[in-house]
Design a protein around this ligand. Structure first.
Ligand SMILES: C[S@@+](CC[C@H](N)C(=O)[O-])C[C@H]1O[C@@H](n2cnc3c(N)ncnc32)[C@H](O)[C@@H]1O
Length: 212
C-alpha cells in the first residue's frame, strides 16, 4: 500500500509552490556539510518543485527525481540550474554516474517499511563509496505521531488519505545500519503553506557516510 501517487500531483496542481520558496534550514546545514567534504555532485530524491535543490545548485551539480510531473515543471522554472527528472526514487538506476552526496527531505516517512528499505537501498546505489547522505523525516515527537489508525509500528494514518512513519532515533539506526552514521539531530520546522497556513513539524535529521 502506498499513498495514492496522484496525491502529490493533485496538490502541486492546485497549490503550486506549496511550502513557499525558502529552503529548509536542513538544506543549508547539509550544504555546509557537503562543502566541508569537497562534494561536487548532489542527488535529491523527491525533489518537489525545487525549494531545496536551489540551496545546492549554486555550489554543486544537482540532479533530482520527482514523481509529480507538475512539480518537475515548477522545478524547471524555479531552479533551472538543477536537473529534476520525472520518476520514482524507489527505482534503482541500472547505470549512471555515482553521486558524491544525497539530500532527501521528508520523503522517507511517506512509505511503509519494505518501501522505506527500498528507498534507502536505491539511494545508496546512487552514491559513491565514501559519499555522504543527509535525510530528514517526521519525528516521533511530532504531535501527529499516534493519531489515527496504526498501520505498522510508528506509522499512522494521521490525516484523511495520508499516512506517515514517525521516526525515532532507533529507527534511524535501523534504517541506516549499513552506513557510518556521522550525526543525528532534531528540529522544529515552521512551514508557511498556501492552504495550511503556518504549520510546525517536528523533524529528525541524519547525516551518514556510505561505507567504502
Ligand atoms: C513532503 S514532499 C517534500 C518535497 C521536497 N523534498 C521539498 O523539499 O520541498 C514529498 C515529495 O516527494 C515526492 N514523492 C512522493 N513519492 C515519490 C517517489 N516514489 N519518487 C519520487 N518522488 C516522490 C512528492 O511528489 C513530493 O514532491
Amino acid at each position: 500500500m502506498r499513498i495514492n501517487d496522484q496525491y502529490w500531483e493533485r496538490r502541486f496542481g492546485s497549490e503550486g509552490m506549496i511550502w513557499g520558496t525558502e529552503p529548509s534550514p536542513t538544506a543549508l546545514e547539509a550544504r555546509e556539510l557537503f562543502l566541508k567534504h569537497g562534494v561536487r555532485t548532489v542527488f535529491v530524491p523527491g525533489a518537489g518543485y525545487g525549494r531545496n535543490t536551489k540551496a545546492f545548485s549554486r555550489d554543486f551539480i544537482v540532479e533530482g527525481v520527482e514523481l509529480s510531473e507538475t512539480a518537475v515543471k515548477l522545478a524547471g522554472e524555479w531552479d533551472p540550474d538543477s536537473l529534476v527528472r520525472c520518476g520514482s526514487a524507489l527505482d534503482a538506476p541500472e547505470e549512471g554516474e555515482l553521486f558524491d552526496a544525497i539530500y532527501c527531505y521528508d520523503l522517507l516517512h511517506l512509505f511503509l517499511e519494505p518501501e522505506r528499505r527500498r528507498l534507502v537501498a536505491s539511494c545508496l546505489s546512487r552514491l559513491r563509496p565514501g559519499g555522504l547522505l543527509y535525510f530528514t523525516s517526521f519525528s516521533d515527537e511530532d504531535p501527529c505521531c499516534g493519531r489515527g489508525e496504526q498501520l505498522e509500528t510508528g506509522t499512522y494514518r494521521y490525516k484523511e488519505g495520508k499516512y506517515a512513519h514517525f521516526f525515532s532515533e532507533d529507527d534511524w539506526k535501523a534504517h541506516f545500519s549499513g552506513t557510518e552514521i556521522l550525526e543525528t539531530g532534531a528540529l522544529r520546522e515552521t512551514l508557511d503553506g498556501a492552504t495550511e497556513g503556518l504549520h510546525d513539524y517536528m523533524l529528525r535529521t541524519i547525516a551518514a557516510r556510505k561505507k567504502g
